[in-house]
Design a binder for this molecule. Sequence first.
Ligand code: ATP
Ligand code: MG
Length: 409
Amino acid sequence: MAAKLQAPRGTFDVLPEDGERRTALRESADALLGLAGYAPFETPVFEDTEVFARGVGQSTDIVQKEMFTFEDKGGRSLTLRPEGTAGACRAYVEHGMHKLPQPVKLRYWGPFFRHEAPQAGRYRQFNQIGAEALGSDDPSLDAELILLLAELLEEAEVDCRLRLSSLGNADTRAAYGEELRTYLRSRQDQLSDDVRGRIDANPLRAFDSDHAGTKAVMVEAPLLLDRLDSEDAEHFAEVRAFLDDAEQEYDLDPTLVRGLDYYTRTVFEFESPALGAQSGVGGGGRYDGLVAQLGGPATPGVGWAAGIERILLAGSPGGELALPVAYVAVTDADQRRTAFKITEALRGQGVQAQMEQAGRSMKGQLKHADRLNATHVVVVGEQIEVKDMDTGEQRPVADINELLTRVAL
Ligand code: ATP
Ligand code: MG
């Protein structure tokens, strides 16, 4: 016997029941983002490696450890996309979208790839839904996007909290980085080895540490949020005012560090305690330097991405019931062509219809109709009868019109 094959490590199949939940989530997301003017948008699942090396940032875990990178037959280095924002900015530049009325609002849904240790809620191929607004630094966009993600998660019944902060601009961040390094060095004997080793490369990571000594040091550490210049501080105050007006709750968290280099000003993350260690459901922020970094004109942008699988693990989207079904049963094989035509006619009227397609006996067919939650069974024999599954009543129909009226819901 041939050996059984399995899906690659860290990947999964979507089976029909889960497929229904994903479709419900997608429909609710499309409706919500569509109402706010975010248009459907797609990029390839692989890009020149350069897009992510430049876009996501060389010092990030994503670029250093998590990318699926390969050479094509022409010797070009390609990478399966680990996130969506860099590709969206690449497309914005390539298609000259800065000439369109701004902001350009985009939404996407699709697979992303990161070479990580697989565990619950963490896969090597996962799916994200995302939204981006490019070409304006208006703080109402930051607030609008945060509220859209909050609403999406609420509709999907994901219980979560919102963490919010501002990272200022590249200059304030660089100056703050130096200040933090000096502070960390002054107390380095109290830090974990790991944090001490990263003082030069990434001092901000010290805020993420679980090490007791490090935590004690960080409680007294200087905060970037206290070092914002006046324009960035004003921008952040406006974002917060919009959120307050919308009665959106959030935890102001100056220690929020996101795993991508491109963020400036607003950053945020939604976390669900139901998810345990992989608590991040979705997050994002403003990236005012990214388009220029990818070779385009100076263009502000803001956006987020949320993990479909984590939303489905933590919530229960779209509690809608399955559509009612009409089941077309056949009493003898000669009638299969008539049954097929009736099934097509029912579908043409917008009724979900299934005909017998597995050679079942009449008894088996009625049992199957029950399993499918059929409201009506059309019995095709010498004559055609319709059985109402609620009342159990079964009566002949004179013609197809009567049949359609009796089955129509
Ligand atoms: P984490 O802290 O869990 O590593 P992240 O900060 O790397 O998340 P982002 O880059 O912000 O995540 O991606 C946005 C969302 O995509 C996450 O909040 C999460 O829901 C989802 N996500 C990220 N990586 C994975 C993965 N490997 N498997 C499943 N979902 C993921
Ligand atoms: Mg990660």
